[in-house]
Design a protein around this ligand. Structure first.
Ligand SMILES: Cc1ncc(COP(=O)(O)O)c(C=O)c1O
Length: 494
């Protein structure tokens, strides 16, 4: 009798825990009855099925399984925030249902250990923690360079408020920044702590290196803080060359990676970037968790806030979880990253962050980028064929979709151009964004302040943004195109 006769009813069954999977297998044999075997496998094993098609990954997203008016959602607003797969929801639920405690940095008990293992890792149990998973994902030199924040905005503010600027220091940004990488600097400028200056990229998004170098040479630039990928056009800056030049002139560089890290491989050490900010909610992860990567030597090492290095950032918030010891006269700080993570943390979010990254890694960042380019190229070609791109309908940024990742923003300069996003949603559940995408300054400079509130309908122009991720399909693009066509016809634009 062969082994196959014994092993009928082979039923592997995996349940995801965040950083490991509990597996169980039922083996039934004619001679010995039924045998239940349980075992632990790293979660990465669960995620190793690289043969799954992108279409199949859609199955992981409960939000895509709903219908409204008999039609499924067509979600194309991922630059705002992404959909969440069941695996991440499970990781969050797991925390609340199984070990809803604080971490063992504070308490020493069963639940605290479970939390700590999943965030900080536990080599004895073979568990890789979220902090380490994040560090490896962006190729940080150490997990101690990973600070968990609330989001990218919080991460940028942590640098803005913690950096030891001297009066007369300049911060250099681009003309395409999201408010989150503009307003914190404007605030410092208002109070006289810095001078803010910016580099204007041309219409195609080509970075102006000559002006950049001139400014680096002629003003005291302490920090260059730029969006790696602009959320309005999807164009990326040549970050590595920018960082090299900035370093040559003695400036540090903060990259706002909110629209880059979720979409392509970002290697902190290869870029030699000093600080990198991004958000989990833009990469299928939990809301309320961001990351600030900072080079070890810039995060401080002495027990005091006033570290000797002039580029070392000080923690902005202090309190529980940040200190090694306290008297009524003084306190000493914990080593980074803990000194930057004040108060009880978003444990379920931090735990789910590891699962999020493993989820993306399983798909493969190259595959994600390729799918975005494929969809964006299809949409770009179709839109230009139908409406041209220089008249009343205009695509923002370069024509070449490959330079815009998953983002396709377009201007509609026609009477009564408002309300198209809401109509797309009403008619076909197509969800895109309209407005200024938190890039007020950029659009105000392009169109003149107050452009979004013209005096007459005839002067209306509106900007709409389609933002795609790996879970979008050509079929969804067609739904968007057909519905847009219908709306344009009803408005007599075509
Ligand atoms: C380029 C860029 N930077 C920063 C942010 C802010 O991200 P968060 O709201 O997650 O802090 C966004 C969000 O849209 C963004 O697109």
């Amino acid at each position: 009798m062969t082994i196959l006769n014994y092993l009928y009813g082979f039923l592997p069954h995996f349940l995801l825990e965040n950083n490991r999977s509990v597996g169980s297998m039922t083996i039934r044999s004619g001679n010995f009855g039924q045998l239940q075997i349980s075992f632990y496998v790293p979660a990465s094993v669960k995620f190793m099925d690289n043969k799954k098609s992108l279409e199949e990954y859609r199955d992981d997203f409960p939000a895509l399984k709903q219908l409204r008016n008999g039609k499924p959602p067509v979600y194309m607003d991922s630059a705002c925030t992404t959909l969440v797969p069941q695996q991440i929801i499970d990781a969050i639920n797991d925390y609340y249902t199984r070990y809803p405690g604080c971490s063992s940095g504070r308490s020493r008990h069963w639940f605290a250990d479970e939390v700590n293992d999943r965030i900080e890792g536990n080599p004895d149990k073979g568990i890789k923690g979220s902090r380490c998973i994040v560090a490896d994902f962006i190729n940080a030199a150490s997990e101690n360079e990973i600070i968990f924040t609330l989001n990218a905005t919080h991460a940028i503010n942590t640098v803005a408020l913690g950096f030891k600027f001297q009066p007369g220091d300049t911060v250099l940004i681009t003309n395409m920044e999201h408010n989150s990488n503009l307003v914190p600097w404007l605030r410092l400028q208002k109070t006289g702590r810095i001078k803010l200056d910016y580099i204007v990229s041309n219409h195609e998004g080509i970075f102006d290196f000559d002006t950049f170098e001139e400014k680096l040479k002629n003003s005291r630039v302490r920090l260059v803080s730029m969006a790696y990928t602009a959320n309005s056009t999807g164009v990326s800056i040549p970050a590595k060359e920018i960082i090299k030049l900035a370093h040559f002139y003695g400036a540090k560089v903060l990259l706002d990676g909110a629209q880059a890290v979720p979409h392509k491989k970002v290697d902190a050490q290869d870029l030699d970037v000093d600080f990198l900010a991004f958000s989990m909610h833009k990469m299928c992860g939990p809301r309320g968790v961001g990351v600030l990567y900072g080079k070890k030597e810039l995060l401080g090492s002495t027990p005091q806030e006033e570290n000797s290095g002039t580029d070392v950032i000080e923690p902005v918030f202090l309190g529980g979880g940040t200190v090694a010891d306290v008297t009524y006269k003084d306190y000493s700080l914990l080593e980074p990253p803990k000194r930057f993570e004040a108060g009880i943390q978003n444990y379920p979010g931090q735990i789910a962050s590891g699962a999020t990254i493993q989820y993306l890694q399983n798909i493969g960042m190259e595959r994600i980028a390729a799918q975005e380019t494929k969809l964006n190229s299809f949409l770009t070609k179709e839109l230009i064929k139908r409406y041209g791109d220089t008249g009343w309908f205009r695509i923002l940024g370069p024509r070449d979709a490959a330079q815009r990742g998953g983002i396709l923003s377009f201007e509609v300069h026609r009477p009564n151009a408002v309300g198209i996003a809401a109509e797309l949603s009403e008619k076909s559940n197509v969800m895109i964004r309209d407005g200024v995408f938190c890039a007020h300054a950029y659009f105000n400079e392009q169109f003149g302040q107050g452009w979004a509130h013209p005096r007459s309908h005839a002067e209306h122009r509106m900007i709409y943004r389609v933002s795609l991720y790996f879970y979008n399909t050509i079929e969804e693009c067609r739904v968007f195109l057909e519905t847009l066509d219908e709306i344009f016809k009803e408005r007599s634009y075509i």
